[in-house]
Design a binder for this molecule. Structure first.
Ligand SMILES: [Zn+2]
Length: 154
């Protein structure tokens, strides 16, 4: 998970050396379009090789769809789940995530402002359920913030 956010930071730095416009995150590649086509409704879930999907992908999906996306990682596998505006239904895969020890690498919150980066009590409870110490929230502007269980009022 830490590797993921380091990779994302590296990608951001490279990106900032090139043209940066507000609509940047609204442009989807063919690969991103084909993934998004399979994630039409809240709860829709896909599993991929880790190399096929990255943190920056869910930022773009959040920016174009205006809903949450959650990205889980286990070894060299990823799971992405489409959410609603302010929550991601994970009941259908919760047992699998816990039994197989998946980690929540990152999830998005709608909006562009800094206050969108605050983790919710449900986010913290979910980390507890996964036995995980920290994760990352990103917003539609590509900003991110780490959060941990102790930083959130339960
Ligand atoms: Zn959240």
């Amino acid at each position: 998970m830490t590797d993921d956010i380091h990779a994302y930071e590296h990608w951001l730095k490279k990106r900032h050396k090139t043209t940066h416009t507000e609509s940047y995150y609204l442009k989807l590649s063919q690969r991103q379009k084909s993934i998004l086509k399979q994630l039409k409704q809240a709860g829709d879930t896909l599993e991929f090789a880790k190399s096929h999907i990255r943190v920056q992908d869910i930022v773009r999906f959040a920016a174009t769809e205006n809903v949450e996306f959650s990205l889980f990682t286990k070894g060299n596998r990823r799971i992405i789940v489409r959410g609603y505006y302010n929550e991601t239904p994970i009941g259908h895969i919760l047992k699998k995530l816990i039994d197989e020890k998946w980690k929540l690498s990152a999830h998005t919150h709608p909006g562009m402002l800094e206050n969108t980066l605050k983790a919710s009590p449900n986010d913290a409870r979910f980390l507890l359920a996964l036995g995980q110490k920290q994760s990352v929230v990103l917003n539609q502007a590509g900003r991110y913030k780490r959060f941990n269980v102790s930083g959130v009022d339960l």
